[in-house]
Design a protein. Structure first.
Ligand SMILES: Cc1ncc(COP(=O)(O)O)c(C=O)c1O
Length: 282
C-alpha cells in the first residue's frame, strides 16, 4: 500500500513530504478519519465524510475538498493500492505557517490520505473476547472532535497494553464515557447502554451502525451513560470501532465479566453486524 495522496497528488510514501512548519506537526492542529474498506468499497463513507466536516467545523478549519472530490480521490487511492480490504486514513491540518497559537490567515490546509491493509479481527476476540482496564478519562472537553492530538488516548492505550489489555475503558465523573480508541457498551438485563452523543465521546460511525442494527432487530438499546459501578456489575461489555468492529470485553481489571466469555447479546449483534457489512443494510 505504497501510494498516498498529498495535496492533489498521488505519490509513493517516500516521495510524500510535509513542511516542518505544518501546524499538524508543530501544534497537533488537525483532524482525521479512519474508514474501513471491504472488497475495494468504503463502508459508511457518507457518515465518515459528514463527521470529517463536523470535526473541521469544530476546530474552525476549512475543508480542502468537496465530498465529491474526497469520493473521487479515495476511490483512486484504493485502486492504486490494489483494492481489497484496506484501512483508509484521511487527515487535514490547518496548513503551513510560522509557529503561532493564533490561526494563520489565508493558509491552504494540508490534505493527506493513506491506506494500509485492513487486519481481519483476530479469531481469539470472537471466541474468547478481550481484556480491558478502567482508567480515568484524562482527555479534553471536546472528545466529539476527531482531532489528531491523540497524546492522552495514546498514554491510556499504552497503559492498557502494558497491563495485557486491549483497551482502556474511561471513567469521567463516575460514568463510563468510551474506550481510548473505541465506543463502549454495557448490557444490563438484556438492554444495551451506550453513552449519548455529546462532547464526552466521539460519535463513532460503528456506534451508529450498532444502534441501527439494534433498533431494526428489536434489541433494546438506550443512549445513556452507565456508572462505574454498573459497568463493574454488567452482564456484558463491548467496544466498537471501524477496524475492530464489535468486540466483547470478557475481562475487566483482571476479573471475568459474566463468566469470561462473549455473551448472548454480543453473539446476536456480531452476527447481525457481519450481515450488515455484506449487505450494507440493517
Ligand atoms: C476515542 C474513540 N472513540 C470511538 C471510536 C470509534 O469510532 P468509529 O466507529 O467511527 O471508528 C474511535 C475510533 O478510533 C476513537 O478513537
Amino acid at each position: 500500500m505504497d501510494k498516498v495522496y498529498l495535496n492533489g497528488e498521488f505519490l509513493t510514501a517516500d516521495q510524500a513530504k510535509v513542511s516542518v512548519f505544518d501546524r499538524g506537526f508543530l501544534l497537533g492542529d488537525g483532524v482525521y478519519e479512519v474508514i474501513p474498506v471491504y472488497a475495494g468499497k468504503c463502508f459508511q463513507l457518507d457518515g465518515h465524510l459528514l463527521r470529517l466536516q463536523t470535526s473541521l467545523n469544530g476546530v474552525r478549519m476549512k475543508n480542502p475538498h468537496s465530498n465529491s472530490e474526497w469520493q473521487a480521490l479515495i476511490k483512486q487511492l484504493i485502486e492504486l493500492n490494489g483494492g481489497g480490504d484496506q484501512s483508509l486514513y484521511l487527515q487535514v491540518t490547518r496548513g503551513v505557517a510560522p509557529r503561532d497559537h493564533i490561526f494563520p490567515e489565508g493558509v491552504t490546509p494540508t490534505a493527506f490520505a493513506m491506506s494500509n491493509p485492513l487486519q481481519p479481527v483476530p479469531e481469539k476476540y470472537k471466541t474468547k473476547g478481550a481484556a480491558a482496564i478502567t482508567l480515568a478519562d484524562i482527555r479534553w472537553q471536546n472528545c466529539n472532535i476527531k482531532a489528531i492530538t491523540l497524546l492522552p488516548n495514546s498514554l491510556l492505550k499504552q497503559q492498557a497494553h502494558e497491563a495485557g489489555a486491549l483497551e482502556a475503558l474511561l471513567i469521567r465523573d463516575g460514568y463510563l464515557t468510551e474506550g481510548a480508541a473505541s465506543n463502549a457498551y454495557v448490557v444490563i438485563q438484556g438492554t444495551i447502554y451506550t453513552a449519548p452523543k455529546d462532547e464526552k465521546v466521539l460519535p463513532g460511525i460503528t456506534r451508529d451502525v450498532v444502534i441501527d442494527i439494534a433498533k431494526a432487530n428489536n434489541l433494546p438499546i438506550i443512549e445513556q451513560a452507565v456508572t462505574e459501578q454498573q459497568l463493574k456489575q454488567a452482564d456484558e461489555i463491548w467496544i466498537s470501532s471501524s477496524t475492530k468492529e464489535v468486540v466483547a470485553i470478557t475481562q475487566l481489571d483482571g476479573e471475568a465479566v459474566a463468566g469470561g466469555v462473549p455473551g448472548p447479546v454480543w453473539q446476536k449483534m456480531d452476527a447481525l453486524y457481519q450481515q450488515y457489512k455484506l449487505k450494507g443494510v440493517a
